[in-house]
Design a protein around this ligand. Structure first.
Ligand SMILES: Cc1ncc(C[n+]2csc(CCOP(=O)(O)OP(=O)(O)O)c2C)c(N)n1
Ligand SMILES: [Mg+2]
Length: 405
């Protein structure tokens, strides 16, 4: 018997609509209302500037470690823009733009990354999951949400974000397989930014593309230029429409680049070349979108400058609000409050001990207990004299204040 090729009814395409010079392929361009184009531009710019400001705050010791999103703005905003409020958004940890789009307040990020539990709060009106740090775990949550949507016959979809590194996790395989077998309405959006910390994409898979993995699961798959907001929007819209119509899940591979460090704790110069980063800097998603919008006479340089000004004030107001809130939330005794419904005896004991220590320290310093707490609160929310020291150093300095008046 001769070997016969099996005709597999799936194919994987690459979609690119907007080039680096701001020119579009008119035939492929999605029909996006002007208002939405301008909203996308504003949110992409806000996401970039907020990311830069967070990096400054981290370097000043005012927030802790976070994962910058610079370069990813088109891939996560072009996709989230397709969702309705009634849909579900399942983020990884590098989609601040998508979260801002869905209504997460800027100060909530600052609280979260400064270590305040209040920053993890998701308002009930937002159908969003909190960020998922265990790589790939959220793909399973999305598959489950998709199953629930189908079970309830709801007119909803779930959009799930993850990285190229996550595709090597067992969770990813289980989620994709489950979603395809049960034809759940999930859009899996892989932000292939070429790196998983210091591991390049070539070490994640021998496959030519990540999108082609869809074929093995029996679902639609497409690769898009992830720095092209129009291509990401078009592919996600098509996938969401298919999901709503009962056509099952889709895997979208958005090819992009992590321009900055993995998190604020690593130095990418140690594992990748500057030449590589420079190539990708020329593919910036915001620059090409601005060229397009200016060419289409939807935006002028002056309007971009005015938007920059508004965004700067918006970010500053959020920083001020978050720092005020951190002061309100920094009572040292509250650290015992968030883990247990009924506090175990050893923690009750430690809490009592700290309370007594505070009282003793206040007495020794000739100040009230309230004043002592205020000093500790300041230590947690203000950078120390050199502007770089972390909280513990500031706390030590202020403890001296308490003990020696
Ligand atoms: C299960 C698990 N293993 C390891 C880590 C440590 N870790 C955090 S991010 C990361 C790389 C993720 O790479 P990728 O999925 O490509 O996402 P990216 O960070 O590039 O956005 C690793 C290994 C983790 N958080 N969870
Ligand atoms: Mg990655």
């Amino acid at each position: 018997m001769p070997r016969k090729p099996i005709d597999i009814p799936y194919q994987v395409e690459h979609l690119s609509i907007l080039d680096e010079e701001g020119n579009i392929d008119g035939e492929l361009a999605p029909d996006v209302p002007e208002e939405l184009l301008l909203k996308l531009h504003r949110y992409m710019l806000l996401t970039r500037r907020f990311d830069e400001r967070m990096l400054d705050l981290q370097r000043q010791g005012r927030i802790g470690t976070f994962a910058p999103v610079k370069g990813h703005e088109a891939s996560h905003l072009g996709s989230v823009a397709v969702l309705r409020d009634s849909d579900w958004m399942v983020p990884s940890f590098r989609e601040s733009g998508a979260e801002i789009w869905r209504g997460r307040p800027l100060e909530s990020f600052l609280l979260y990354f400064a270590g305040y539990d209040e920053g993890s709060f998701v308002e009930e009106k937002r159908r969003d999951l909190p960020i998922a740090v265990p790589v790939g775990s959220q793909t399973l949550h999305a598959a489950g949400i998709g199953y629930a949507i189908k079970y309830r016959r709801a007119d909803e979809v779930a959009l799930c974000y993850f990285g190229d590194g996550a595709t090597s996790q067992g969770d990813f395989h289980e989620a994709m397989n489950f979603a395809a077998v049960f034809q759940t309405p999930v859009v899996f959006l892989c932000q292939n930014n070429q790196w998983a910390i210091s591991i390049p994409r070539t070490r994640q898979t021998r496959s030519e593309t990540l999108a082609q993995k869809a074929i093995a699961y029996g679902m639609a798959g497409i690769q898009v230029d992830g720095n092209d907001v129009l291509a990401v929007y078009a592919a996600t819209k098509e996938a969401a429409e298919r999901a709503r119509a009962g056509g099952g899940p889709t895997l979208i591979e958005a090819v992009t680049y992590r321009v900055a460090m993995h998190t604020t704790s690593d130095d990418p110069k140690r594992y990748r070349t500057e030449e590589e980063s420079e190539v990708w800097a020329r593919r910036d998603p915001i620059v090409r979108f601005q060229k397009y919008l200016i060419g289409k006479r939807l935006l002028t340089e002056e309007q971009i400058q005015a938007t920059e000004g508004e965004i700067k004030s918006e970010i500053q107001a959020a920083v001020d609000r978050s720092e005020q809130r951190m002061k309100e939330l920094s009572d040292p005794l509250w650290m015992f409050e968030h883990s247990y419904h009924d506090m175990p005896p050893h923690l009750l004991e430690q809490k009592e001990e700290l309370k007594q220590e505070l009282a003793l320290a206040a007495e020794a310093a000739g100040i009230s207990e309230g004043e002592a707490v205020e000093i500790i609160k300041r230590a947690f929310t203000e950078p120390s004299a050199d502007g770089h020291a972390g909280k513990s150093e500031a706390l030590a300095t202020n403890r001296e204040d308490i003990h020696h008046g």
